[in-house]
Design a protein around this ligand. Structure first.
Ligand code: MTE
Ligand code: HPA
Ligand code: MOS
Length: 780
């Protein structure tokens, strides 16, 4: 064991304190670029010489038969180079992810106002848009009756997916035998993702029949596959790249495909680079969003408010095609239980087909729509028996011996009880409940309301095979590290977390690690960055890759330092064996000379998952994430305006990889969910089927002014019992369910306007109109 003379081996008296790379707050790796405007989004990429611009001609009617498109007239418009219709698609005319029922361009049938019918390719974007806007003039169609609401579609059995049933025990018998019964009907609206960067794709022809596509997408591999199918090509001819998205929120999980396909088909046909960037109004009109749900329920309960039996129909508005509606409904059914033990339950999910945009993934993916129903039911039960809804919730919590979900998975490591107890303490819930009652007793116009709602959210894709990921880690001879993984960055901080994991594994500062753009030519066959699994999956894959490199470096380091391989410490940019240390950079340079492989792939597949899709039974989730929130609101009963005075959140992210990012995710999800339930309202014209709320002027997302005035977010700091990446938990979606507390606090305030034990018929979103209607109802 000779120490080579050319390597500086340091000797320290004491082992220095470890420099942690995970579990510490770090700024988002591109934060400085976001705020300075240097971060490159697709429209910022310097345009290649000869770039053409596409725009979409949209269906002016909700339903009809397409008779003709006056392509000749369109082609004569200024600047127009080509007009593409369904007939110009060389391969399959489909951009649907699961069921192939989603035409890229309309073929024969028009299915909703806003459906892309043709694409105009012109020398500049404005000219393309001008020709595209002539759709009304140049599309000839025979109108057919349109079905615009899910209720109507469901009533005539019009659906995009087969019904789904999930049951345990005998719900009907339990309800019939129960001392009390509650029947109800309710609905919650959809929600627009409103990513700040709209849908965009830029396709560039490459040599020898190939395309490079820059696409703002959560799912580069699926874009690659759908483009290949549309062109009748092999996948290896298509490369899809995504440096980052300006937000996705589920809206770019599947629905980025239409734009990738149109840009690709045009680029291939014209052998020119083609960019398709649609504006906000068209984005609203063309793409779908969160599914609105209609519910009908019957529940039976005991005098203490414990649910004995529950039956529920969930009808989702899927729009004109299946898209991801089946897994969305499956997740809704698997989240109706939320945090509660339902001994006898019978759920029926129906995916209604309407002549509207095709609804898709949105943060929570059906989970919020499922769980919101049981929260409304419990609130209704509590009001009828005159108990604090919190008490009724606690009585129904999953507990020892009553901890198996309707789909057969045990709720292990259940934090809901202790987490809620702590939040009740820290938020001063009971004292404030009394204070609010006193305030309301003397305040006839302004009413305050309070609610605590819990969250249990299952983590994993509910399609088992999607739970896999790959990564590549390259260590260069100067000791710097490049990581590439299958996940995409949409603002959530995935690249930062993955870089932290790699930095930890190799014991280098995170500043020495860079994450490169997601690229289908690097890691193949990736899953969407979705289901909140980005860091769980890609973090593990990158850890695997980095670990392999460390293991290859270890024998050399042990030889150089004189120690056992398993006693080596990789930390702070050096490798130590007891008191002796060598710089990571020096070690790597030496390893290169010794012809040791300094890059590696990594792979991860979540263990222990099984799921019977037909029976809706199994273990679909690796673990659950928990949380709870207390919201306090002020309602002006003359105007219907509401304000969130204070929100206290306690949310479980396991052992956080990066507390700053996680708190940011919790805050963002909370306010986004609050928007869904209070201000974001979608309105389609009841005759024409045009989405009337297709711009920020009419569709109101929350702003900084709508944030809770006093917003206290804390992380419940307990390591994940499941062997997740550094014992962290996924954070992206679960906190979207926390602001159920806001809706129910508004309902609580409205209840203060009516007689004892009234149950206000509050709609969601609880817009000022909805609040006034509910106030009128309880006062009447
Ligand atoms: N955060 C930001 N800033 N932007 C986004 O688009 N999408 C959400 C969530 N947080 C989103 C976000 C959704 S829908 C999901 S599924 C997760 O992030 C995906 O990323 P992750 O799996 O890495 O958490
Ligand atoms: N979330 C997001 N996307 C998905 C899921 C899910 O649970 N299942 C299939 N695609
Ligand atoms: Mo998120 S809805 O799973 O993209």
């Amino acid at each position: 064991m000779n120490k080579p003379a050319d390597l500086p081996i340091g000797v320290t008296a004491d082992a220095p304190a470890l420099q942690p790379q995970v579990g510490v707050s770090r700024a988002h790796e591109a934060a400085h670029l976001h705020v300075s405007g240097e971060a490159v989004y697709i429209d910022d990429i310097a345009e290649a010489h000869g770039t053409l611009h596409a725009a979409l001609g949209l269906s002016p009617i909700a339903h009809g038969t397409l008779v003709s498109i006056d392509v000749e007239q369109l082609r004569r418009q200024p600047g127009v180079v080509a007009v593409l219709t369904a007939a110009d698609i060389p391969g399959e005319n489909n951009c649907g992810p699961l069921v192939h029922d989603d035409p890229i361009l309309a073929d024969g049938e028009l299915r909703y106002v806003g459906q892309p019918v043709y694409a105009v390719i012109a020398t500049d974007r404005e000219l393309a848009r001008r020709a595209a806007a002539m759709a009304k003039q140049f599309i000839v169609a025979t109108p057919l009756p349109a079905v615009l609401t899910a209720r109507e579609a469901h009533a005539i059995g019009q659906c995009v997916i087969p019904p789904m049933h999930l049951a345990r025990g005998d719900a009907a018998a339990a309800i019939a035998a129960a001392p009390h019964r509650l029947d109800g009907e309710w609905a919650v609206g959809g929600q627009e993702q409103f990513y700040l960067e709209g849908q965009i794709s830029y396709a560039l022809p490459q040599e020898n029949q190939a395309l490079l596509i820059h696409c703002s997408t959560q799912h580069p591999s699926e874009m690659q596959q759908l483009v290949a199918h549309a062109l009748g090509w092999q996948s290896h001819q298509v490369t899809v790249q995504c440096r980052r998205m300006g937000g996705g929120f589920g809206g770019k999980e599947s629905q980025s495909a239409l734009f990738a396909c149109v840009a690709a088909i045009a680029a291939q046909r014209l052998r020119r680079p083609v960019k398709l960037r649609i504006d906000r109004d068209d984005d609203f009109l063309v793409t779908g969003r969160r599914h609105g749900f209609d519910y009908r329920w019957s529940v039976g309960f005991d005098p203490e408010g414990r649910i004995l039996g529950a039956e529920i129909d969930l009808i989702s508005n899927c729009g004109h095609s299946a898209d991801l509606s089946a897994p969305v409904m499956a997740r809704a059914l698997c989240h109706f239980d939320n945090a509660y033990w339902l001994p006898n339950v019978s759920m029926h999910g129906y995916g209604a087909k309407t002549h509207t945009q095709s609804n898709t993934a949105f943060r929570g993916f059906g989970g919020p729509q499922g769980a919101l129903a049981i929260e409304m039911i419990l609130d209704g039960i509590a009001r009828r028996i005159g108990l604090d809804p919190l008490l009724v919730r606690q009585r129904n919590f999953y507990r020892e011996g009553q901890d198996v979900t309707p789909y057969g998975q045990r709720v292990e490591d259940n934090l809901i009880g202790p987490l809620t107890d702590r939040l009740i303490e820290t938020s001063g819930y009971h004292a404030r409940r009394a204070e609010i009652a006193a305030f309301n007793a003397t305040s006839p116009v302004l009413k305050r309301g309070l609610a605590l709602t819990p969250v249990k959210f299952g983590i994993s894709f509910n399609v088992v095979h999607l739970n896999q990921a790959g990564a590549l880690v390259h260590v260069y001879t100067d000791g710097s590290v490049l990581v590439n993984h299958g996940g995409t960055e949409m603002g959530q901080g995935l690249n930062t977390k993955v870089a932290q994991v790699v930095a930890h594994e190799l014991g280098v500062p995170v500043s020495q690690v860079r994450a490169s753009a997601t690229d289908t030519s690097k890691v193949a066959n990736t899953s969407a960055t979705a289901a909140s699994t980005g860091s769980d999956l890609n973090g593990k894959a990158a850890q695997d890759a980095a670990r392999k490199i460390r293991q290859r470096l270890a024998p050399l380091a042990a030889r150089l330092l004189g120690g056992a391989e398993d006693a080596l410490v990789f930390d702070g940019g050096e490798v130590r064996a007891g008191a002796r240390a060598v710089g990571f950079k020096e070690l790597v340079a030496k390893a290169y000379l010794e012809r040791i492989q300094l890059w590696s792939d990594g792979f991860y597949a979540t263990p222990g998952l099984h799921w019977d899709r037909a029976k809706l039974q199994g273990n679909p989730f690796f673990y659950y994430a928990f949380g709870a929130a207390v919201a306090e609101v002020l309602v002006d009963t003359l105007t219907g305006e509401t304000r969130v005075l204070r929100a206290d959140v306690l949310h479980d992210v396991g052992q956080s990889l990066n507390p700053a990012l996680d708190i940011g995710q919790v805050e963002g999800a909370f306010v986004q969910g609050q928007g869904w339930l209070t201000s974001e309202e979608l309105v389609w014209h009841p005759q024409t089927g045009l989405l009337l709320t297709h711009a920020p002027s009419t569709y109101k997302i929350p702003t900084a002014n709508d944030m809770p005035r006093d917003f206290r977010v804390a992380l419940y700091d307990a390591p994940n019992a499941a062997d997740s990446i550094h014992r962290s938990k996924a954070v992206g979606e679960p906190p979207l369910l926390l602001p159920f507390s806001v809706l129910l606090a508004i309902k609580d305030a409205v209840a203060a306007c009516g007689p004892q034990r009234c149950d206000p018929p509050l709609r969601a979103p609880a817009t000022p109109e909805a609040v006034l209607d509910a106030v009128d109802a309880v006062r009447a």
